[in-house]
Design a protein around this ligand. Structure first.
Ligand SMILES: [Zn+2]
Length: 128
């Protein structure tokens, strides 16, 4: 067994400092610590400071600053949603489709008449 849970967290604090006060990676509120965002497949079992069995990642880049509620939510979700998010993060950006080109008809010098005006109505004619 290589790095333990405690050693990983010590390395995390050494390389990335404390997460407290950083914006939470999910909600943007003040973070209270690091949350492990690794998928279940990337986690290894270990023991936390309280002696409880936990799963964690040894990859320090798997940790994101999170507030208490998002850390709990992240731990609850750590399979499907996390895998989907990782997939999203790793998949290349979708190709932008070419904007549809609209060909406008060349403007005509005169718009079509909206109604016909008989020529004889243009000027009054007087008959005796
Ligand atoms: Zn949060």
């Amino acid at each position: 067994m290589s790095a333990s849970y405690a050693a990983t967290h010590a390395a995390l604090r050494r390389s990335r400092g404390s997460a407290v006060g950083l914006p939470c990676f999910r909600c943007g509120k003040r973070a209270s610590g690091w949350a492990c965002t690794a998928s279940a497949a990337d986690r290894v079992p270990g023991r936390n400071a309280e002696g409880r069995t936990v799963t964690f990642s040894r990859d320090l880049s798997d940790y994101a600053a999170a507030c208490d509620s998002c850390r709990a939510a992240t731990d609850r979700e750590h399979t499907a949603v996390r895998r989907a998010a990782a997939h999203l993060a790793l998949s290349p950006l979708p190709k932008r489709s070419e904007p549809r080109r609209v060909t406008l008809a060349a403007p005509t010098s005169q718009p079509p008449a909206l109604f016909d005006m008989p020529e004889e109505n243009h000027a009054p004619t007087y008959t005796r």
